[in-house]
Design a protein. Structure first.
Length: 267
């Protein structure tokens, strides 16, 4: 039996939340989704996520929310993540960090799904422990009845993401990159049935510079002076990766890159 698993890229601010909701509605009108995983670390104006937004995502049928380097931007997350197992932080964070980076959930369709959240070290801050050793340690905990595992590799360097893809080829169902907010066209299935994409891109407004105001970001590049670049609203674009996975073997049979544009509704 094959199952449909959706991974949605970094949800950026209000436009990203709107894109996620509308993207899920459109996709569910076409196919059955057996599991939905979303990177939500930029859901609050590009800076973290809150309990209220997590609850909203879960009400839309999201099964697991992954994060990355912005996970602690909202102070309330420190407490909430210790209580909500479906909200992950990078597994390779230092010992004692609140929350977890690995979870096994049972979705509404009855699928047992493992999700692993990792963060790269090249050009990333803070610098966490080795994600490759962390991946091995997490997978050693995988229950025998959970062959389907999705990995979010939150990293800047494409080389590090590819390395993780090859490191886990044949051992997980998918290694999906996040963080750069730019969707890549390299989706494929690696030997052993592991789907791979360097970056799923952003759910948000692409009339921007990776989700923030163009003029403010340009000033920072041109003047080299510090300044705050606010997240922008506008046309909401949904980016994600749709995986068709054999539920018994955990091997991915098909992978499809998704992009939907949703114009702003007239007032």
């Amino acid at each position: 039996m094959t199952v449909n698993i959706l991974f949605a890229g970094d949800v950026m601010a209000a436009a990203g939340r709107r894109a996620l909701r509308q993207g899920l509605e459109r996709l569910r009108a076409e196919i059955t989704l057996d599991a939905v995983v979303v990177n939500g670390e930029n859901a609050v104006g590009g800076q973290g996520i809150t309990a209220a937004i997590c609850a909203e995502f879960f009400s839309w049928g999201v099964d697991v929310i992954t994060t990355g380097n912005h996970v602690w931007d909202q102070r309330e997350t420190l407490r909430y993540i210790a209580e909500e197992r479906r909200l992950l932080r990078p597994y390779n964070a230092p010992p004692g960090t609140p929350g977890s980076g690995w979870v096994v959930v049972e979705t509404a369709s009855g699928l047992r799904l493992g999700v692993l959240d990792l963060m790269g070290r090249l050009f990333m801050y803070p610098t966490y422990d080795c994600p490759f050793r962390a991946a091995d340690a997490a997978l050693a905990q995988r229950p025998a009845d959970c062959p389907v595992v999705l990995v979010d590799m939150h990293a800047e360097a494409t080389s590090e993401k590819y390395a993780m893809g090859w490191h886990l080829a044949g051992r997980v169902s998918a290694v999906v990159g996040t963080h750069t907010h730019v969707p890549t066209a390299d989706e494929r299935i690696l030997p052993g049935g592991t789907a791979y994409q360097s970056d799923t891109g952003m759910c948000g407004c692409y009339d921007s510079i990776i989700g923030v105001d163009k003029d403010a970001a340009l000033r920072r590049f041109i003047t080299a002076l510090p300044g705050r670049a606010e997240a922008v609203d506008g046309m909401a674009t949904f980016c994600g990766l749709l995986l068709k996975v054999d539920a018994d073997s955990g091997q991915c049979r098909d992978v499809r890159r998704l992009r939907y544009d949703f114009p702003v509704a007239a007032p």
